[in-house]
Design a protein around this ligand. Structure first.
Ligand SMILES: [Fe+2]
Length: 205
């Protein structure tokens, strides 16, 4: 399938309601489903599967999972630009794409408690391959830096099931203020190698 054939079914116009924008404002995230077709989801899975083959299982507790950047993934790169109107409609900000990658979970879908890269004002997350569990958001920990979050995460009192679980919709996105709202995913074995698309945007003002 060519890139043009793969991308043509995606709805690139904003499909964002006032409810979505209010939810993002109040809770730091919004779920927008039905943005693309199952055929496009399949094309994304094919690209992610091609790149995940070289990814090694992540053994570290902290730090990002194995990744491939959008520079290596033409469909992912296209998707980031296609979602720009949606990102702008959700936030009311003049956002620009800054970086994007696949996060690979070949064995386990856990990710440590963290906040996103400094430049990111919004991250758009979507299942690209397989299936991962919900992301757990911790708005009550907002304002802590990464070193402070590490202390919370490594303390004996840490509850790995804590936080607000947010599931990725099958044909859409979770838009998330990941630099502001700390988040983690409790680790569980994946049924098959899985990948999440993470697309970051920055406000130009
Ligand atoms: Fe993150």
């Amino acid at each position: 399938m060519t890139l043009q054939q793969a991308t043509s079914p995606v709805r690139i116009e904003p499909v964002v309601s006032q409810e979505h924008t209010r939810h993002l404002l109040a809770h730091g995230y919004a779920v927008v489903d039905a943005l693309w077709t199952s055929a496009f989801a399949q094309s994304l899975a094919v690209e992610a599967e091609r790149l995940i083959r070289r990814a090694v299982p992540a053994h570290q507790v902290k730090g990002p999972p194995p990744q491939a950047t959008a520079a290596e993934a033409p469909l992912l790169s296209w998707l980031q630009f296609a979602l720009l109107p949606t990102a702008r409609a959700l936030t009311g900000q003049v956002l620009v794409p800054i970086c994007g990658w696949y996060n690979f979970y070949p064995v386990n879908d856990g990710i440590w408690l963290h906040v996103d890269v400094d430049d990111s004002d919004l991250v758009i997350l979507a299942t690209a391959l397989g299936e991962v569990g919900p992301l757990h958001l911790h708005p009550q920990l907002q304002g802590l830096n990464q070193a402070e979050l590490d202390v919370v995460y490594e303390a004996p009192s840490w509850n790995d099931t804590s936080g607000t679980p947010v599931a990725y919709p099958p044909l859409g996105i979770v838009a998330h203020r990941g630099r502001m709202v700390p988040h983690h995913r409790p680790g569980r074995p994946v049924r098959s190698p899985s990948a999440v698309a993470a697309l970051h945007f920055k406000s130009i003002w």
